[in-house]
Design a protein around this ligand. Structure first.
Ligand SMILES: CC(C)(COP(=O)(O)OP(=O)(O)OC[C@H]1O[C@@H](n2cnc3c(N)ncnc32)[C@H](O)[C@@H]1OP(=O)(O)O)[C@@H](O)C(=O)NCCC(=O)NCCS
Length: 190
């Protein structure tokens, strides 16, 4: 399916060694988006530690890049041995790029990755007043149940098929080529 993204933007997986791009993206979030992303106000140091930890875990991060800068992210993290078929997902898009379809593209890509890893249930935690995330989750048939000030959206992920695995491989090879072209053009400019 063709993704509708802001002009010049691409969604691709983050490669090993690119954690700083993720950290800088999260640090650039405005106060409200940061609160929504982390279900509360957090410090810059918290974000630095968070990204360091995320990089050491079995986490898949997709990024939305424009002009080589990461402006959006989707994180998929397995819940661990106690719930091997479940994972947690979290999303962030910098304010100027919100409401342009980036969150939808990131969620679509994350669902594909979840499906191909055999996850049946994807947890998304967001504050109860975060209408945009709730709308986004509803677009993908999330079922929402309320719990204190947070909403937990649970999306059933379908089983992997040869086609779904192929779609992820194709997206990754396209993302790799884009990353290389971007690196090359920045080296030429330097
Ligand atoms: C939540 C977030 C990831 C959504 O990303 P986005 O790029 O803004 O989302 P999209 O443009 O794909 O829009 C998704 C849906 O949200 C809804 N939406 C978009 N803008 C909206 C707005 N201003 N108010 C309410 N709903 C809105 C629409 O239903 C839209 O679907 P549609 O365009 O098909 O109608 C992004 O806004 C964000 O990073 N917010 C701050 C961090 C956060 O809240 N993270 C979630 C916690 S895990």
């Amino acid at each position: 399916m063709k993704e509708i993204l802001p002009e010049g933007g691409v969604v691709r997986k983050l490669w090993i060694g690119e954690a700083a791009k993720y950290r800088d993206h999260l640090l650039r979030l405005d106060a409200q988006s940061r609160r929504n992303r982390f279900s509360g106000g957090v410090s810059d140091q918290f974000i630095r530690n968070y990204v360091e930890l995320a990089s050491s875990l079995d986490t898949v991060v997709h990024g939305f890049f424009i002009g080589g800068t990461m402006r959006g992210a989707a994180e998929l993290r397995p819940l661990g041995a106690s719930s091997p078929r479940e994972a947690e997902a979290a999303f962030s898009v910098e304010q100027p790029w919100q409401s342009h379809g980036v969150g939808s593209a990131l969620l679509r890509r994350t669902l594909l990755a979840a499906r191909n890893r055999g996850f049946c249930l994807l947890h998304m935690a967001c504050l109860a007043d975060n209408r945009r995330m709730q709308q986004l989750a509803r677009k993908f048939d999330a079922e929402l149940s309320f719990d204190f000030e947070t909403v937990i959206g649970e999306v059933e992920s379908s089983r992997p098929t040869p086609l779904s695995l192929m779609r992820e491989v194709m997206s990754d090879s396209h993302g790799f080529a884009t990353a290389m072209l971007d690196l090359q053009s920045r080296m030429l400019r330097a």
